[in-house]
Design a protein around this ligand. Structure first.
Ligand code: DQQ
Length: 480
């Protein structure tokens, strides 16, 4: 019944050219952060910040979907809804899930109706599909913001892990006048929690006001702290620190940006194969009016496998499971030319894998989603002289209300390295990952598109490999 309703809703958006077909998004309405990721009895469960009634960020619930392969998802009923008149009456904000001695347990932030307090809640499920959840009678399990925060309104997004027999929790917050912080708690039973101290905090301005959605985990022989930085000027950024963890204090060695555009509030889990997987919310780049009218907003990234290199770079790669759904392939290798190569494809759903040998004056440009008259198109360009990767969205659509700003970041190649690009284009979504370490995830809203092009220029710029796969819809829907 629920599934039928969900597929009817999905069906109703089939003619919307901006709606992705191989990325996860809810049947309709609003979605933001991934929540409560857990592999339970072999199946991957994705919960997500969701407004089931409209396509705007209001009255947050946890939506729910389940998958066997990380790519195809079945919609399940909304997992958690606010209880009016209680401390989560204003919304169920972000959090995580754990296996607590065989019981699936969710940790989330409850927001009261006046939106003046954020407190930590738990809920448990006793059915195998995690369809139904019971909020714990003794909620909230953590009510007061540590005094040193010097503020009482921002305190959210619990992230829980186990070391030996002890549970630890991070909660994102702000130390007023100083900046973002992640507070550390410990517990023997995952219900009663003792505050310890900040695991880490911003030591200077510029690292944001509130740190949201913390993640903390060991990767190889280092520890990684990911925080989503929210600034009072409404800008935001996801950063990761790599360092050491001693005596329950984090000592960072490096800090870098995880994504240079729209990917926000990521959440990670370790799956049964021991892989650390990351999902991130890809926000909209069109006006609130446009997405509220469209009836849907927000997309999840394709889950990415994380690893570290010897330079403390956090490497991200779309899960290999994505490769199993690839369709027609255009393959080209050892092509070096100053001309442009026209990539003929039927739609706007592509997985592109490209490798180039570059020289000091090489320029490599993909022009995607171009209209037949050439007036519309989005350029992804690597300039080897400047060592910069740029996404030019000035002509991405002809709607001035859409965001048209460019993203431009340094991308240095190490000695002897080729330029390796992975580009996932899916209607309005573009995920670009260069050499696994520079990520630009953005949105475009063309309504008129016919071609894609690749152009190489400069001496000795060589295309080593280009594979362009057309991608199918992950939903079984009937097309007109
Ligand atoms: N989104 C949630 C919060 C989180 C923010 C609310 C990050 O829990 O801090 O929808 O996007």
């Amino acid at each position: 019944m629920i599934e039928t309703q969900a597929s009817k809703l999905r069906q109703s958006f089939l003619d919307d050219p901006s709606r992705p077909i191989y990325h996860f998004l809810p049947p309709s309405n609003w979605m933001n952060d991934p929540n409560g990721l857990i592999q339970w009895q072999g199946k991957y469960h994705l919960f997500y910040q969701h407004n089931p009634d409209e396509a705007i960020h209001r009255q947050m619930h946890w939506g729910h979907a389940v998958s066997d392969d990380l790519i195809h998802w079945d919609d399940l009923p909304v997992a958690l809804a606010p209880t009016p008149g209680t401390l989560d009456g204003g919304g169920i904000f972000s959090g995580c899930a754990i296996n607590h001695n065989g019981t699936a347990t969710i940790f989330y932030t409850g927001v009261n109706e006046g939106n003046t307090a954020q407190v930590q809640f738990i809920a448990t499920s006793s059915d195998n599909l995690l369809n139904t959840w019971q909020k714990y009678d003794g909620n909230p399990i953590i009510k007061d913001v540590p005094v040193e925060a010097n503020q009482t309104s921002d305190f959210r997004d619990p992230f829980v892990w186990k070391e030996d027999e002890t549970w630890y929790m991070l909660v994102g917050s702000e130390i007023a006048g100083q900046g973002g912080v992640v507070f550390l708690y410990q517990s023997d039973d995952a219900i009663n929690w003792d505050y310890m101290h900040p695991l880490y905090s911003a030591e200077e301005d510029g690292l944001g006001n509130v740190w949201e959605c913390p993640n903390f985990f060991k990767l190889d022989d280092k520890w990684v702290l990911i925080v989503s930085i929210s600034r009072n000027d409404k800008t935001s950024e996801v950063v990761y620190f790599v360092g050491q963890y001693e005596n329950h204090r984090f000592i960072p060695e490096t800090m870098r940006t995880l994504d240079h555009a729209y990917l926000y509030a990521p959440l990670t889990i370790e799956d049964d194969n021991g892989r650390r997987l990351l999902w991130g919310w890809i926000r909209e780049g069109r006006s609130e009016e446009a997405y509220a009218t469209a009836g849907w907003a927000g997309v999840q990234s394709i889950p990415r496998v994380l690893s570290l290199d010897e330079h403390n770079n956090l490497l991200t790669e779309p899960v290999p499971e994505l490769e199993a759904i690839r369709r027609e392939n255009t393959h080209l290798s050892d092509f070096s030319d100053n001309d442009s190569f026209n990539i003929e494809t039927k739609g706007l759903a592509l997985d592109i894998v490209a490798q180039f040998e570059v020289n000091h004056d090489s320029t490599i440009t993909f022009s995607l989603a171009c209209s037949a008259d050439g007036n519309i198109g989005t350029e992804i360009r690597y300039n080897a002289t400047l060592q910069r990767l740029t996404v030019n969205r000035e002509k991405s659509s002809n709607n001035p209300e859409d965001e048209h700003s460019n993203h431009s970041v340094e991308h240095h190649l190490y000695e002897g390295e080729t330029l390796d690009l992975r580009i996932l284009l899916d209607a309005s979504v573009i995920e670009i990952i260069a050499n696994k370490r520079t990520s630009i995830t953005t949105r475009i809203y063309p309504t008129d598109f016919a071609h894609n092009f690749l152009r190489l220029s400069g001496n000795d710029t060589i295309l080593k490999r280009l594979d362009i796969y057309e991608m199918p819809s992950i939903w079984s829907l009937e097309t007109g």
